[in-house]
Design a protein around this ligand. Sequence first.
Ligand code: ATP
Ligand code: MG
Length: 395
Amino acid sequence: MSRPPNDVIIVRYGEIALKSRNVRDRYEKILMSNITSMLDAMGASYDSVSRDWGRIYIHTADPAAAQAAAKVFGVVSVSHAITCEPTLESVSSVAADVGQEIIVEGQSFGIRPRRAGNHDFSSRDVGIACGDAVWQRIEHQSPSVDLTNPDVEIFVEVRQNHAFVYTDVVNGVGGLPLGTQGKMVALVSGGIDSPVAAWLMMKRGCEIIPVYVNNDPFSDETTRQRALECIRVLQTWAPGHSLKVYEVPGGESQISFLSDCQRRYTCVLCRRMMYRIAAGIMEKERAHGIITGASLGQVASQTSQNMLAETCGIHAPIYHPVIALDKTEIVDMARNIGSYDASTRPATCCTAVPEKPATAAKCSDVCGEEANIDVDGLLQTALSGLKVVDPSEYS
Ligand code: ATP
Ligand code: MG
């Protein structure tokens, strides 16, 4: 007998379940909408998306829908399952069909039963009935039962009005649904670190507003294209939330730093100007913070002393989600996110970077340097030159 087709994807989520009833209801609705958008964006077919207390269901036979759902922030795991009646007869017959199809000669199996609702049998009864049914169906293969470390697991979940049988639990990306944790301005340079940083905050539920500071003539079109390509990758994680991308001219500030300030402070001064620009956009967009890809000690300028000097007098919450990660950890994440190739395509490095950057800048020194230039004027020049770009128009 051939087994019935998988017809539903069980979508599980984590922390949302700990929220109060109202918050949970709101988050679940956002999650469902994000799942629907991801299914559409990835071209997966489905009949409908529904929810039940604690679960979301995608009614579909398309395995691509499970892959799409696993990519949605907030999803902890997914299983493509067969729906059946919540009776011992029904679940054990389907479990036997599944077992017959996937257990090969010499393999052990284990039933993983669960039950919720009112039934006249226990989850233990489910385990026994399904285990017996599978055994009888493949007795000629001399199977063995192993509940500790079986070769094949068959999950059987009986709920009030229906039951599910499945064999795989695929990990989802985790986090919180995008759009539940406010908006942040993400400084995206196109290097390996900043797209990962932006992605981590998206994973935690933040909508992002990517900002690329174009330091032309100290960088060029290759650097700009690399940043836009990274933003395109980030967009694939946020279907249904069209990213508003800003490009801001930063070259004029760099010219001032180079001509009127001590050379070794260029990077710290540049970072301060970027934060001011980002804070301006944050206000304009009513966003709540700024994200960077700074990682402690990764390059000479990324010291804790410099980071203090970079933020003194700057009034905006600045988040550095990869601050404590090793480069190899960030690279692994970039590969999983899909931004690594974009970040490593050939691009020009910023030519304003000094040979010996300050590694322990003091707030007083940096403010002293800024007294030599027209900080407010430069900021206004940068902000008046900002434009919204559509990253899909470039390649
Ligand atoms: P990345 O790999 O993201 O380029 P990095 O380790 O090279 O980071 P820096 O070049 O020192 O670090 O920059 C630190 C952070 O400042 C970046 O991660 C990014 O958030 C921001 N940043 C740097 N340059 C730009 C830029 N041109 N436009 C927007 N943000 C930038
Ligand atoms: Mg960089």
